[in-house]
Design a protein around this ligand. Structure first.
Ligand code: HEM
Length: 108
């Protein structure tokens, strides 16, 4: 509601074309990213730990940052109720996201 209120032209676009509801919902999730970040702690030290990374088993995943990533979204700071594709990570990700990719396989 806040996103639509702050972008009256996008609100009007949605009112004029209700078939945009699905992309609008996804865009609102990307734009708001209610769960901004998540921290994970590995059950044990990664096998591939280097001397430097061995000091920690913890890692943070910043969904709010990923959802504004210009390599993943065209014009990420534009609220667009028709955005497609929209591979946002507002719900996290079942597969490792780019932020996790370097260390995740070593934790399995
Ligand atoms: C806009 C709405 C919501 C957002 C953005 C959201 C976001 C998230 C995120 C980012 C995670 C972490 C996923 C991960 O482990 O990487 C999560 C986990 C979870 N969410 Fe939500 N969530 C939403 C709504 C809900 C609702 C309505 C419920 C329950 C009625 C719910 C139940 C859960 C549960 C049980 C988990 C833990 C799953 C697990 O660790 O196996 N979520 N959610």
């Amino acid at each position: 509601m806040v996103a639509l209120s702050e972008h009256p032209e996008q609100k009007q676009r949605l009112l004029d074309d209700p078939s945009l509801i699905n992309t609008a919902v996804e865009e609102i999730l990307r734009w708001a990213t209610p769960v901004m970040h998540f921290r994970r702690q590995a059950p044990r030290r990664p096998r591939s730990a280097t001397r430097r990374s061995a000091k920690t088993r913890r890692s943070s995943s910043w969904h709010i940052s990923a959802n504004r990533d210009e390599t993943g979204f065209d014009d990420p700071y534009t609220f667009d109720v028709g955005r497609s594709p929209n591979e946002h990570v507002a719900f996290g990700a079942a597969a490792p996201t780019s932020a996790w990719a370097p260390t995740w396989p070593a934790w399995r």
